[in-house]
Design a protein around this ligand. Structure first.
Ligand SMILES: Cc1cc2nc3c(=O)[nH]c(=O)nc-3n(C[C@H](O)[C@H](O)[C@H](O)COP(=O)(O)OP(=O)(O)OC[C@H]3O[C@@H](n4cnc5c(N)ncnc54)[C@H](O)[C@@H]3O)c2cc1C
Length: 288
């Protein structure tokens, strides 16, 4: 019965790995757990940011923090001292590595990749079977953290669409002392578009174009604005793109992707819709 677990966690993203890492903290007392995830591996695919409030979680994973933020637009600029609650960034790869390390130390919490769940079937109280292309597993409990489905137009009253690049510039560059939360620059027409800049050093930053709109905007549509912003920030400078990230997040409204409805489900808070479809998509038929 090596394929039987006390608990199977469906989905090993932010929510699934957070649960797995927390359970791993119980050492030998942790339930024998398997995390089943559809992706092939982890990379630096996103950057989580938050204000460091007293008692905030994941403080040990913070790679960068800023004690001042900037908001600019209509020819004005406001600089705000936020040293009481610094703005912090956790790179995705740091979170994934820390979670896997915690699971490795525990030894009772495992992960299987490349295993999109085809179905999780309950055979009665405490008897679950989870079917993947990598094999079938049984468990006493199942926690499902997979996104319910990718949000669709009409799900939200407002969409946050963004496209960002982590860039290295040869000269000029960024003021690493402060984060730019919103720089409206020369917003085209009536669009609500702004630039968000996380400066990791004078020569390296994550620069993102974000648009709030009634319909979701594909990253490709934001590309010209991003190019213009980079040219404005470091005119004529040689730049190297380290990586790209993009997403479309529903805001407000009654989004089905946020609703519960699972019998043994725990869900992350934010759901993302990616035009690339690499996360947030409904990949497999489900039985629960
Ligand atoms: C580029 C980017 C930046 C973001 N930045 C922020 C931010 O700063 N702050 C914020 O709050 N949110 C942000 N988000 C939203 C982000 O989705 C959430 O922060 C968080 O990742 C949600 O956690 P989750 O576990 O619910 O989903 P995810 O982290 O997306 O994890 C879902 C997991 O389920 C797996 N999965 C899906 N279907 C299956 C299946 N059938 N079988 C097996 N596994 C499956 C996926 O492979 C994935 O690993 C960002 C999103 C993106 C794309």
């Amino acid at each position: 019965m090596t394929n039987h677990y006390d608990l199977i966690i469906l989905g090993g993203g932010c929510a699934g790995l957070s649960l797995a890492a927390r359970l791993s903290g119980h050492g030998g007392g942790a339930p024998r757990t398997l995390v089943v995830d559809g992706r092939a591996g982890y990379g630096n695919d996103r950057t989580w940011c938050f204000w460091r409030l007293p008692g905030a979680a994941a403080q040990e994973l913070v790679a960068y923090e800023w004690r001042e933020f900037r908001v600019a637009g209509a020819g004005r600029e406001e600089l705000v001292d936020c040293s009481a609650t610094p703005y912090c960034a956790v790179p995705g790869d740091r979170f994934y590595e820390a979670s896997l390390a915690a699971m490795g130390r525990c030894g009772r919490v495992e992960l299987v990749h490349d295993a999109p769940v085809y179905g999780a079937v309950s055979g009665g109280p405490g008897r679950w079977e989870v079917v993947t292309p990598r094999g079938s597993y049984t468990a006493t409990h199942v926690v499902d953290t997979r996104p319910a489905r990718a949000p669709r137009q009409g799900d939200a009253v407002l969409w946050q669409s963004f496209l960002g690049v982590e860039v290295e510039v040869g000269r000029g560059g960024f003021d690493a002392r402060r984060v730019t939360l919103m720089d409206f620059g020369e917003t085209p027409g009536q669009r609500m578009v702004f630039t968000y800049i996380l400066p990791f050093s004078a020569h390296r930053a994550l620069v993102e174009i974000t648009e709030f709109s009634a319909v979701a905007v594909a990253p490709a549509e934001l590309q010209p604005l991003l190019r213009g912003t980079l040219e404005r920030l470091a005119p004529g400078a040689e730049s190297r793109t380290v990586r790209t990230e993009s997403g479309v997040l529903p805001m407000g409204g009654d989004c089905p992707a946020f609703r519960g409805g699972w019998r043994a489900a725990g869900r992350g808070r934010a759901r993302d819709m990616r035009f690339s479809g690499s996360s947030g998509g409904r990949r497999a038929a489900r039985s629960i």
